[in-house]
Structure formats: structure tokens, C-alpha cells
Write a protein that binds this ligand. Structure first.
Ligand SMILES: [Zn+2]
Length: 453
């Protein structure tokens, strides 16, 4: 019989290292345990409280949690809701740990995937309230993806793996794409595993087949699934082939997600294509993304599905996603899309399908960025740095001469503008230069941009 572990409001749980956490209310329930909102030393925390029979090696599991608490979040990355305190042993038949609470405006990724959830009515008996969730902008969506990748990069760089990636593990700010990774209790040094297998649909096929345990390489597979679901709002392996099995039994799941996984957009095998009327998101969204993003998913779910070493590493995803973010066009008419949705008129000039405006492009590093007022250049564009958050430049429109654009230097370095007639001019921090076709900007360190024709 399962041990009764439920806590109620007002219950006190002793914390290792001193003090007591007071239970406020239950805020969630999952396969491994219950999550309560608690107060400890005047602050709110989430207490994850384990079902003792669901933890396979409790002693090792607890010791690993203790180690993670001691180590702190990888690289001090603020994207983690990292375990902070353990509860004492012996007070209750189980134990748990405290972590920070995601602010109210953060939404878990599963809800964004579903686009809505049902909220209990304030008054009993009244109908449930439908709450809709979506990103406020394409920029926020891509920024969220970059933040997820960056968090896993930090984790893998300190030699740990997450082991249980799934949509419920991320809280996302839909306004700006900030991400908080929670459920970090299965994080372990790469190569070690304390019993967790992963989450159906997110697990690497070799785990589903039972021939591998979660590690950095299987995390990479799950990360590709998370990104695919975030962008396509679809399951990468659920198409025609899977739909033919009316009920997904364990045997069917082993077949479609373990032994014979087939990507819905495998260019060499169309047996599992998305089905109209069932997988409309996949059909509608896939072609909106530039080829380099589609190629990355194809690689992840063809070669990468069979050979763990061929999976796309976090650094590469980060580069691809930064490039994707630079591909978003904000036309002055208000239309916002990826540049793939604009008619490419001449070589590098797009025309907005809504208002007909011409949009020019700028090449920086391996990126093509459409130029529009408000386009931000980040440090990773203009310097040899990883930083995708610090703005180092912006495209602005001339106040007195609409339609005339300039680039403003918001970095700390002096740039050089080289005009088509070969004359040069320094662009100091805070300064700007009008842009037109053929203009080149030298950001230093061998990084150059050119306005394309
Ligand atoms: Zn337009």
C-alpha cells in the first residue's frame, strides 16, 4: 500500500540546516510527487515532496540532491529554479526539497503547446474559464528557445545532464522569452542515473528501447523535441504511421518511439507524414521556417535519431536560433514574419506582401538580417562573443527624412563605416551613420557587415 504523505495547509516541515517551512497549499502533482507552496524564513518556495515508492534509490537520490544544492546552479545561470534546501530525514515517511517559485506571469511550456488551459471557476458550479496562452511576439518565442538552449549548454558544460526534459520543466515569460528551468532534481553528473528514464515523447529512442540511460547525448535528443514542439506545436514522430495504431499501447509506443521512429518530415521516407485535419499545426508551420532551421530538425530526427553522436550540440543550436531571430522582419506596416514569408524580389531585397514595401538586408557573419527601424544588433553579431542579450546596435529611421535609415552604435567600440566610394568614417559609441546599399561596417576583430543589393 502506498504511504500516505499528503500535507495540509499549516503543516510544518523541518529544513536541514535549521528552521521550518510552513505549507500554504498544493500547487501541483506529478509522477514523482506533490508540489506545495510553502513559506520558509519569510519567503515563498515550492516544496517538491516525493512519493517514497517512486524513488528507486532514495539514499543515492538524496545524496545527489544534496550535492546539487551544494554546487549551486550551473555557471550561476539564473535560468534555473535550482534546488535550494533539503527537508530533514525522519520527520515524515518521505522527504523533499525547496526551490524558488516561478513568478505568476510565467507559463509552463505544456500550456503554450496546448495554447489554452481550463481554470477552476471562482464560484463552485459555474463553468470553467478558458485561459489562452501564446507568445506576445515571434521575437519572444525565438528568445525563449535560445534561453532553453543556453540553460542546457550551461548544464552540460559543468558535466551534468538533466535526464528528464519535457514541456512541464520550463516556465516561460511570453512577453520577453525569459525562461526558468524547474524540476532539476534528476540532474546528475553525466553517466550517473538514479532511476529516472524520461518522459514519453521526449525520450531518446535508445532509452525507449531500454539500451541506454539518460545522459548528455539523450538530453540533446530531448532538447530537439522541446524545440520542435515549441516552434511547430506538434510531435516530431506522430504522423500517418503512428495514427494507424488506434490506441497507443506500450508495444506500439516501443515501436514508434523506440524501434522504428520515423520523423514526420523525413525527406527520404514519407510513410509518417502529418495528416490533414489531425496534424494541421505541423503542416501549416513547418514551411514558415527558414531552410537552415528545417535542416537542423531533419538532421536531429533522421541521422540524430539513430546516432547519438550526430545530434546537434547546444552551441550550434544557439547559433542557428540567433540567426533565426535575425530573420524576423518587422515591416513598418505592422506585419511581422520570418523573411521566408516575404516575396524575394531581387537577390537580397524582399517585398512585404501586405503593403508592398521594399525591405533590404544586411549580411553580418553568416546571418542575413532584414533591415527595419527597431532592428537590434546583439553583441554576438558585432563581436566574437556568445552574448545574445546585450544590444550593441540599432537601426533607426531618420526623424526628418522618413524612409532613410541609419545604424546607431550602442557598443563600447569604435566602428568604421566604409562607403561605396571607398571613403571611410569612424562611428564612435553613441554615434550613427546613414545606411544605403553597398555600405560596409567594420565592427573590429575582423567582423564586417554589408548592406546587400
Ligand atoms: Zn509591410
Amino acid at each position: 500500500m502506498a504511504v500516505h504523505i499528503d500535507l495540509k495547509a499549516g503543516d510544518k516541515v523541518r529544513i536541514q540546516g535549521g528552521g521550518e517551512a510552513v505549507v500554504r497549499k498544493e500547487i501541483g502533482r506529478g509522477g514523482q510527487g506533490i508540489v506545495y507552496l510553502v513559506t520558509y524564513e519569510g519567503k515563498n518556495y515550492a516544496l517538491k515532496w516525493y512519493f517514497p515508492d517512486k524513488i528507486k534509490k532514495p539514499r543515492e537520490f538524496r545524496a545527489n540532491l544534496q550535492q546539487n544544492i551544494q554546487d549551486g546552479a550551473p555557471q550561476n545561470d539564473s535560468r534555473f529554479l535550482w534546488p535550494k534546501y533539503l527537508t530533514v530525514e525522519g520527520q515524515y515517511p518521505t522527504f523533499g526539497y525547496l526551490m524558488g517559485v516561478a513568478p505568476a506571469e510565467y507559463v509552463d511550456m505544456d500550456k503554450l503547446y496546448m495554447t489554452y488551459s481550463w481554470k477552476k471557476p471562482a464560484v463552485k458550479g459555474q463553468p470553467a474559464i478558458k485561459v489562452e496562452y501564446k507568445f506576445e511576439s515571434l521575437d519572444a518565442q525565438v528568445t525563449a528557445a535560445i534561453n532553453i538552449v543556453k540553460a542546457f549548454r550551461s548544464l552540460h558544460l559543468v558535466g551534468k545532464s538533466y535526464q528528464d526534459l519535457n514541456g512541464g520543466g520550463f516556465f516561460i515569460n511570453t512577453k520577453n522569452g525569459h525562461v526558468l528551468v524547474c524540476d532539476c532534481d534528476n540532474v546528475a553528473p553525466d553517466g550517473e542515473n538514479f532511476g529516472i528514464g524520461g518522459f514519453p515523447g521526449f525520450m531518446a529512442p535508445e532509452i525507449v528501447r531500454g539500451v541506454a540511460k539518460p545522459d548528455v547525448l539523450t538530453d540533446r535528443y530531448s532538447l530537439a523535441v522541446v524545440l520542435f514542439r515549441l516552434f511547430m506545436r506538434a510531435d516530431p514522430l506522430e504522423g500517418k504511421k503512428v495514427l494507424q495504431s488506434v490506441v497507443l499501447t506500450e508495444a506500439q509506443e516501443l515501436k514508434h518511439y523506440g524501434k522504428e521512429p520515423l520523423f514526420i518530415f523525413d525527406p527520404k521516407d514519407d510513410r509518417n507524414r502529418p495528416v490533414k485535419g489531425v496534424h494541421d499545426n505541423a503542416i501549416k508551420l513547418w514551411n514558415l521556417y527558414p531552410k537552415f532551421i528545417r535542416d537542423a530538425f531533419i538532421k536531429s530526427f533522421t541521422e540524430g535519431i539513430r546516432e547519438p553522436n550526430k545530434r546537434i550540440i547546444e552551441k550550434r543550436w544557439q547559433e542557428l536560433l540567433i540567426r533565426l531571430r535575425s530573420n524576423i522582419i518587422h515591416c513598418t506596416c505592422g506585419k511581422v514574419t520570418y523573411s521566408t514569408c516575404f516575396d524575394h524580389e531581387e537577390h537580397y531585397v524582399c517585398r512585404c506582401r501586405s503593403c508592398g514595401a521594399k525591405i533590404y538586408n544586411m549580411k553580418i557573419k553568416d546571418m542575413i538580417a532584414p533591415i527595419y527601424p527597431g532592428l537590434k544588433l546583439y553583441r554576438c553579431y558585432t563581436e566574437n562573443e556568445d552574448d545574445f542579450e546585450t544590444v550593441t546596435g540599432e537601426i533607426i529611421e531618420n526623424r526628418n527624412n522618413k524612409g532613410l535609415f541609419g545604424i546607431k552604435n550602442l557598443s563600447k567600440k569604435v566602428w568604421k563605416a566604409k562607403f561605396p566610394d571607398n571613403s571611410e568614417r569612424d562611428v564612435p559609441p553613441g554615434g550613427g551613420v546613414p545606411i544605403w546599399i553597398g555600405l560596409q561596417i567594420d565592427f573590429g576583430d575582423g567582423i564586417k557587415a554589408k548592406i546587400l543589393s
